[in-house]
Design a protein around this ligand. Structure first.
Ligand SMILES: [Zn+2]
Length: 64
């Protein structure tokens, strides 16, 4: 059986790339950066909603 050399896959197009790399080309890098930026914004939104929910719960359960 042939041993497959250690390698990674491009996070965008899935092409095999040297181990330790994330992206295969500048084109994919641009897409990857746009993707991570979008994901980060989504994460902030989720944390924000969670924080608001927690505060609401706290306010509702504070003994009067
Ligand atoms: Zn790629």
């Amino acid at each position: 059986m042939e041993k497959i050399p250690q390698h990674s896959h491009c996070q965008i197009c899935g092409k095999a790339i040297p181990f330790g790399e994330t992206i295969c080309s500048d084109k994919c890098k641009t897409e990857y950066e746009a993707f991570t930026k979008k994901r980060r914004r989504y994460m902030y939104l989720m944390y924000g909603a969670l924080a608001v929910l927690l505060i609401l719960l706290l306010v509702m359960y504070i003994p009067k």
